[in-house]
Write a protein that binds this ligand. Structure first.
Ligand code: C2E
Ligand code: CA
Ligand code: CA
Length: 823
């Protein structure tokens, strides 16, 4: 998750700002409520004060008038008079004085029959009402009455000697009272008229200022553009108004309510100072709040910035640990000289400790890695580098080819017959032998070259910076020389040779695996050629191997598709012409390539699992054929079976043969097993043991191709051999080549001497036959009598060429023989 980065100071600051904001809102609303309460109190005081003053002035005015009237009636002795005529006359006389001193505007004198005894003006309804009230209640009555301007209307009852009652009503202007109020309340006052709100909305007629202590101010505040609701608000809770840099608070006191309009006393307070004080307070509040905020921000920054700096320093230094730069990490100054340690010091300490521990751990890991590398790169038994090292070094050497313009050679070594030593002397001797062999390989190569154990008894030498393949050959010869001397292990002496395959390249694109497998192929060539030698890899070798791999696949298919068959070549007793037996020869009818000679694929497949499989198929087929031959009447003939070297080494062979004998109820005497000299010398001890065990079952043995290999008559004595087959190459030239003839005659003589039988194969002419017969050869095989007969044609062919187990001598031959005899 990719989180947005917000530094710790910012987070702290945000926290503080939020807290401050809440505090500010809290305090402001508190102070607002406080102000509001103050204001309301102020306003109520205002109104109460106004009301008190209005009442006070009102009653003073009334008292003045009442006192005057009482003293006036005393003076004229109204109580001694029978009517009110004097009162009316005297009132008229006093009217001017009343106007002058008591601001009386009008006077009405009315008796109880509503006769106007004296009046200075009309007799409006309101005055009539007031008078009627006095007559009803028999006590003074007053009200404020505002026709144009406001007046106090005061009606007083008066009695004469008869007890008749009249009512004197006086109206006094309230202008004086306004000025008195202004003085006592120390604020402007005004009387205003507001039209009564009718049923259908707001009256369009605006409020009107009737009189005011400051007319201009009152009019601009109360009349201009003041809606009814604003005035209504003023009535209910007071109204704040700003006018030309001044602020005013207006409160309305009802004076008189009349049918179409109400009269109010407006108390106009100049609250400019009060508001200025309030504004100043608010400004101070905001200012101090911002000041506190700035100070706190600075405080947070100065407190946290060293922390964040140190944290950043640490986080920048931590990657050094991952880069294993422990010393450099510790040089970073994470601690600060200060009086009190804090969490960061603890963190710095632990990271220092961590660096020490990691360094220690790293050392251990490096050491263990080295040990593991050793295990991984070296062979434990011989101490030589192993396959892993080989792959690594060889790749390196090949990589250097282009730079050094030189060649690289791989020498693949395989000890000859090591398996035998291991099997017969035990693994501990085998191991010791390998150690000695490894030492000999090691001393054969130079300092810069690599000798390693590839596995088992295989070693590989890598030579770099070569000027040519000759230098590789030199090393190979050195190795071969090293193995010339016997290896002594206690009382045992071993002669161990090695086969070497050399692969050489100057191509930078060569792959290490290819080079090794080329050397391996060349090594097999060396081994196939008898071992104890080196072979240099070349392209044809690879083709041979490829061909072999292909053939192996084809053989498997051929077996399944029954493309193999046998041909049988008769072997005839030289003297009697009796059929001694048949040699079974393999035939492969390939679907694409036609008939393939066994010589073209058997040597290639030699030692492979496929050849062994094929060999068992051949043996079984021979058993079936012998049964057929016996049925045909040839009771004591035998079939000679060619055994490949691989098959003869196979431990299953005796079992397999035994099982077949039982299955077909046959005697082993019906078979002769042919082994080549090469098969014999491959593993002499094992061969002799195997021959012995098969001999015990009853099988007889023939040595095939005698004279072509290293075999000598000397070792024939040690082996349970019955028949010697002189190789056809000697027979072909026996009459022309004297030495061949000599070999044949001496071989026959010696073999006979050992009590063995001799077969001559490849006999093609009558002359050869005669010479061999004369020289005591026992059995003849060759085209002269018959080419190998395909198994399908066997019986019909026998029908044609034999009678009662004897070969019919061809007419021409008989003629020739008789001709010879006659000669
Ligand atoms: P080989 O065992 O020496 O077989 C004799 C070969 O000589 C046969 O060749 C045969 O056809 C040939 N031959 C016989 N008489 C004459 C003659 O008068 N003149 C000439 N020019 N050739 C004659 P083939 O059948 O081609 O076999 C070649 C080799 O293949 C055999 O040599 C043998 O080593 C191997 N082989 C054949 N069949 C088998 C088999 O079933 N198993 C094994 N392991 N090897 C076999
Ligand atoms: Ca043969
Ligand atoms: Ca042969």
């Amino acid at each position: 998750m990719n989180k947005k980065f917000v530094s710790v100071p910012t987070k702290l600051l945000t926290l503080i700002v939020t807290t401050l904001l809440f505090l500010a809102v809290g305090f402001s609303s508190l102070s607002y409520w406080r102000l509001q309460a103050d204001y309301q109190e102020f306003q109520q005081n205002n109104i109460a004060q106004g009301q008190v003053q209005v009442n006070l002035h009102n009653s003073i005015l009334r008292n003045k008038l009442t006192v005057w009237l009482e003293s006036f009636t005393d003076l004229i002795e109204l109580s001694q008079q029978d009517d009110f005529s004097t009162l009316a006359v005297q009132l008229e006389k006093q009217y001017d004085a009343l106007q002058l001193h008591l601001n009386v505007e009008d006077i009405w004198l009315v008796d109880d029959k509503e006769n106007i005894l004296f009046a200075t003006n009309d007799f409006p309804q309101v005055v009539q009402d007031n008078i009627a009230q006095v007559f009803r209640l028999q006590e003074p009555e007053h009200r404020i009455y505002c026709p144009q301007s406001c007046q106090l209307l005061l009606s007083l009852p008066l009695l004469n000697k008869q007890g008749d009652m009249v009512v004197v009503t006086m109206s006094t202007s309230l202008v004086d009272m306004l000025f008195a109020l202004k003085t006592t309340l120390n604020r402007d006052v005004a009387v205003i008229r507001i039209p009564v709100k009718g049923n259908n909305g707001i009256k369009s007629t605006p409020a009107k200022v009737i009189s005011a202590s400051n007319m201009g101010l009152a009019e601009s505040l109360l009349v201009m553009n003041k809606s009814y609701s604003a005035l209504n608000q003023a009535l209910e809770q007071g109204l704040y108004l700003d006018l030309k840099n001044n602020s005013y608070l207006i409160n309305l006191l009802p004076l008189s309510k009349q049918a179409k309009q109400d009269f109010y006393l407006a108390l106009i307070d100049d609250v400019t100072a009060y508001k200025a004080k309030n504004d100043a307070y608010q400004k101070r509040f905001i200012l101090s709040l911002s000041l506190i905020f700035i100070m706190l921000a600075a405080f947070v920054y100065f407190i946290s910035s060293p922390f964040t700096k140190r944290l950043l320093l640490l986080s920048n230094a931590l990657p050094l640990l991952a880069q294993k730069k422990f010393g450099q990490f510790r040089q970073v100054d994470l601690k600060r000289p200060r009086l009190f340690a804090d969490e960061l010091d603890v963190l710095a300490n632990s990271s220092q400790e961590l660096s020490f521990e990691l360094e220690q751990l790293n050392l251990v890991v490096e050491q263990k890695t080295k040990e593991l590398e050793n295990i991984a790169m070296y062979d434990l038994l011989t101490g030589l580098p192993n396959r892993n090292m080989l792959n690594y070094q060889l790749r390196k050497s090949l990589g250097n080819i282009a730079r050094h313009k030189s060649g690289v050679a791989v020498l693949f070594l395989d000890l000859d017959d090591f398996k035998k030593v291991n099997d017969s002397n035990g693994h501990s001797i085998g191991d010791k032998l390998l150690i000695q062999a490894a030492d000999r390989v090691r001393v054969s190569v130079g300092e810069v070259d690599l000798a390693c154990r590839f596995g088992g008894d295989e070693f590989v030498i890598v030579l770099s910076h070569l000027r040519g393949v000759a230098e590789a050959i030199e090393v190979a010869e050195k190795v071969l020389l090293q193995f010339k001397d016997a290896i002594k292990l206690g009382s045992n002496i071993f002669y161990v040779s090695t086969s070497i395959g050399i692969a050489y390249t100057e191509s930078a694109t060569e792959k290490s695996d290819d080079l090794i497998s080329h050397a391996d192929i060349a090594m097999y060539e060396a081994k196939d050629n008898g071992g104890g030698q080196y072979h240099i890899y070349h392209q044809e070798m690879f083709q041979r191997v490829a061909h072999r791999v292909m053939l192996e696949g084809e053989v498997r298919q051929a077996l399944a598709k029954q493309q193999f068959s046998l041909s049988l070549q008769p072997q005839i007793c030289a003297k009697t012409k009796k059929i001694y037996g048949f040699e079974a020869l393999l035939r492969w009818q390939h679907p694409d390539r036609g008939m393939i000679s066994p010589e073209d694929f058997i040597p290639i497949l030699e030692n492979s699992q496929h050849m062994i499989e094929l060999g068992y198929w051949i043996i079984r087929r021979c058993f079936e054929l012998i049964v057929e031959l016996k049925k045909y009447g040839l009771e004591d003939v035998r079939i000679a079976i060619n055994l490949s070297a691989g098959q003869f080494i196979d431990a299953n062979l005796p079992n397999f043969l035994n099982n077949l004998l039982a299955e077909f109820s046959l005697s082993a005497q019906s078979f002769e097993l042919e082994l080549t000299e090469q098969t014999l010398v491959k593993d002499m001890d094992h061969t002799i043991a195997m021959m012995q065990s098969l001999k015990n079952i009853g099988f007889s043995f023939a040595i095939d191709d005698f004279g072509t290999g290293y075999s000598s008559l000397a070792y024939l004595k040690k082996m349970p051999v019955d028949v010697i087959k002189i190789d056809k190459s000697f027979i072909f030239g026996m009459l022309e080549n004297h030495s061949d003839f000599q070999i044949i005659t001496s071989t026959i003589a010696m073999v006979k001497n050992l009590g063995l039988m001799v077969v001559a194969e490849g006999v093609e002419t009558q002359a050869q036959l005669r010479s061999l017969t004369e020289n005591d050869c026992d059995i003849i095989q060759g085209y002269y009598y018959s080419k190998p007969i395909p198994e399908k044609e066997l019986l019909s062919s026998l029908d044609r060429q034999t009678t009662g187990g004897y070969w019919k001598v061809p007419k021409s031959v008989t003629d020739n023989l008789s001709a010879d005899k006659s000669a």
